[in-house]
Design a binder for this molecule. Structure first.
Ligand code: HDE
Length: 704
């Protein structure tokens, strides 16, 4: 329903802005609702514009009689309700979308004619949707999963959709394998679980039989799949694309998004607990950041290379299981994207947005990556069944913001009302009907194609381990331990021993030490024999850019600090901590046993943001404990308070504690280290809070 038509009846209680009111049936029955002053609200009508006299009671044959079929108002409302859902996306069903803009800072004119990439300073509106892959639309935000990173640029020359992920490589090399991959990762068909998880037999069975996925396995077992915030992930176009300049020359390009806030991840135990504490953790984080005016921003960068350069790479750039190390082809930052407007309506925008990698504009073209080629078909096809009509491009969120028109006609839900008798081209009957524009219309790259057709793959695609090895060896020791432990966790959920063994066998080609650590974690009797390789494993130069830790920023900007207090806490210490954390860029929340407020030591009241049981420390990047002796004694009997401090410690977070806080720490048997600081020393707290206490990890869990 349009904004104009949206309405509710005048009523006594003023509804919250933007929320429709349901009224009150008893008041309605007595007619009271109708007595308040009118004029403020437009009339509530049917979809045919007929004003409703009563939205609380259906039409009955008599006071105690049956409801009448003739009640067209009831029927219209219920019928619409019955059809409120559309099929969710087959993959990437769970997503968060935000409006924003792209601004070009460096022209790519030597390489492309696309205005979006040549007009410096021009701001192009975008709609960006970030998603998980495996779970359904109602699944949690923090499973171990790849994040989709899809950007629709509404350029002056048509829509350009860059539909990427937060990982620069993919599981498979050819689109024909995608349905198998997704069937393997989704809930198993006979039992319909697990939801949103790779840790089950069918996924690892498929993976262990698909060696080309080994590079991606390293990425998904790293903490890249456990982002702290959607504002702290990278984005990648994954495939090579082409840029085409005015002379018709083409250059290959890989697209990258780099978050201004730096990369930041959670750790596995934390992600699992966040899923219970706040299933909407990432969506809420984005919503709150936008509402607070703290707009997430990414740099937009390109890697440009020619065919001649590509021929010298020790891999094939058309193989989506490979990346081009930044050290080989440096990234050139050419723009930025800022997300600054939450959608008005989730369904209309985030749910109905239909990204298609086939949406490109003049000056950009596809490469022959066989995965990309398959995607060019898949997305339009899926939108047809998801949105139900070939006119889905007319939905506001999908429609170009530049003029568009052609002779395509009719179909379900045609929203336009074309005039005139001409619906074809060429024609001589219309002076104004759209015509082709050879000069600035879309031209494909002039590429020569030769060779025999066949179900074939270049032999350069056969090296499945070299870049997996490069990735693993480029990680810090902490990250390697997380990868090994993630593999142990996942494979421990696999029931079939032969699948566990098959996977460990592949790891031997990646790095013997990794295979041994995982085998030990699974208590395998002996190391399984490594499978035969189709191509020798190459020793590639280490690439520090592949780390997460190396790309984390020591900052509290965009992060959250929780201060646990209780009756009798010292208000001065709380305020000083809050001020210091806010100044450092964090959002600060006060957590207490009761949400209604806390009486501080000086007798004043302090408002509380979250009740302890519902606001565990997993929701924060660092915590402070400001407690009176009495408060500490009370909280030491609360398992939620004990968990609060134990988890903060176990998740390697800085903890500021005053004397009462220290008492709670010792009740929770939490030891002391450099990350535990005096709550009166705010400078020390901020210094500890801007990073994780990585060295603590060996004291809190056994890693593989
Ligand atoms: Fe997708 N993918 N995909 N994909 N994909 C979809 O399209 C598909 C692939 C990606 O926020 C679907 O609208 C095939 C790679 C994102 O709405 C579907 C193949 C990459 C999104 C589809 C791939 C992606 C999708 C499901 C192998 C990273 C969410 C609903 C050839 C470069 C977009 C839909 C959004 C969604 C097919 C592989 C990214 C079924 C056949 C590689 C970010 O059409």
């Amino acid at each position: 329903m349009s904004k104009k038509a949206m309405a509710s009846k005048p009523e006594k209680r003023k509804p919250e802005k933007g929320l429709a009111s349901n009224g009150d049936s008893q008041l309605a029955a007595s007619g009271e609702l109708h007595q308040s002053a009118g004029g403020e609200h437009p009339a509530l009508t049917t979809n045919q514009g007929v004003a409703l006299s009563d939205n609380q009671n259906s039409l009955k044959a008599n006071l105690h009689g049956p409801t009448l079929l003739e009640d067209f108002i009831l029927r219209e409302k219920i019928t619409h309700f019955d059809h409120e859902r559309i099929p969710e996306r087959i993959v990437h069903a769970r997503g968060t979308g935000v409006h924003g803009f792209f601004e070009l800072t460096t022209s790519l004119k030597p390489y492309t004619t696309a205005k979006v990439l040549t007009e410096v300073g021009a701001k192009t509106p975008v709609f960006t949707r970030i998603s998980t892959v495996a779970g359904g639309a109602g699944s949690v935000d923090t499973p171990r999963d790849v994040r989709g990173f899809a950007v629709k640029f509404y350029t002056q020359e048509g829509n350009w959709d860059l539909v990427g992920n937060n990982i620069p490589v993919f599981f498979i090399q050819d689109a024909i394998k995608f349905p198998d991959l997704i069937h393997a990762v989704k809930m198993e068909p006979d039992r319909a679980f697990p939801q949103a998880a790779t840790a089950h037999d069918t996924f690892w069975d498929f993976i262990s039989l698909t060696p080309e996925s080994m590079h991606m396995v390293m990425w998904i077992m790293s903490d890249r799949t456990l982002p702290r915030s959607l504002r702290m992930i990278e984005g990648f176009g994954v495939h090579s694309f082409r840029l085409i300049n005015a002379a018709g020359e083409s250059t290959f390009v890989k697209f990258h998004w780099r978050p201004k806030l730096g990369l930041q991840s959670t750790i596995w135990d934390e992600a699992v607990k966040i899923a219970g504490a706040d299933p909407d953790f990432h969506r809420r984080d984005m919503f709150e950041a936008i509402a607070a005016g703290s707009f997430p921003e990414w740099e937009f960068a390109v890697q440009l290379f020619t065919q001649e350069e590509a021929d010298k790479f020790p891999f094939d750039h058309l193989d989506a299981t490979k990346l081009i190390p930044e050290e080989l082809v440096p990234l050139k930052v050419v723009g930025r994207m800022v997300l600054d407007r939450w959608p008005d309506n989730f369904f209309a925008e985030t749910e109905q947005v239909a990204y298609c990698p086939g949406n490109i504009v003049p000056g950009i073209d596809f490469s022959n990556d066989p995965l990309l080629q398959g995607r060019l078909f898949s997305y339009i096809d899926t939108q047809l069944s998801r949105l139900g009509s070939p006119n889905f491009h007319q939905i506001l969120i999908n429609a170009p913001k530049c003029p568009f028109g052609n002779h395509q006609r009719d179909g379900h839900m045609q929203m336009e009302q074309p005039v005139g008798r001409v619906a074809y081209e060429p024609n001589s009957l219309s002076e104004t009907s759209p015509r082709e524009t050879p000069d600035h219309g879309f031209h494909s790259a002039a590429v020569t194609e030769t060779g025999e057709k066949g179900r074939v793959r270049d032999e350069r695609f056969a090296d499945h381990y070299s870049q997996a090895r490069q990735f693993y060896l480029s990680q810090s020791g902490y990250e390697q331990a997380h990868i090994a432990s993630a593999l142990v966790f996942e494979l421990s959920k696999v029931e079939h021993l032969h699948i566990r063994e098959a996977l460990v066998a592949h790891l031997r080609h990646i790095e013997e030490d990794l295979a041994q650590r995982v085998a030990a974690g699974l208590a395998l009797d002996k190391l399984p024999a490594a499978p035969a390789v189709a191509a020798p494993v190459q020793q590639m130069k280490l690439s520090p850019a592949l780390q997460i830790i190396g790309k984390m920023k020591d900052t509290l900007r965009g992060r959250a600090v929780g201060i646990l207090i209780a009756n009798g806490s010292d208000g001065v210490v709380i305020q000083k901590l809050k001020k210091a954390a806010t100044k450092a860029g964090a959002s600060v929340k006060i957590v207490a046993p009761t949400v209604g407020g806390v009486q501080l030591s000086d007798g004043s009241q302090l408002a509380v943001d979250g009740q302890l049981a519902g606001t565990p420390s997993v929701l924060f990047d660092a915590v402070a404990l400001v407690l009176s002796a009495e408060g500490a004694t009370t909280l030491s009997r609360e398992s939620a308070a004990i968990d609060f401090v134990r988890d903060a410690f176990g998740h390697l977070k800085a903890i500021a504690a005053d004397q009462g806080g220290q008492a709670l720490l010792s009740k929770a048997h939490v030891g002391q280290d450099a990350g535990i600081v005096d709550a009166n020393d705010q400078v020390a707290f901020i210094a500890a809070a801007i990073t994780r206490q990585w060295d603590r990890e060996k004291s809190v869990r056994t890693l593989a």
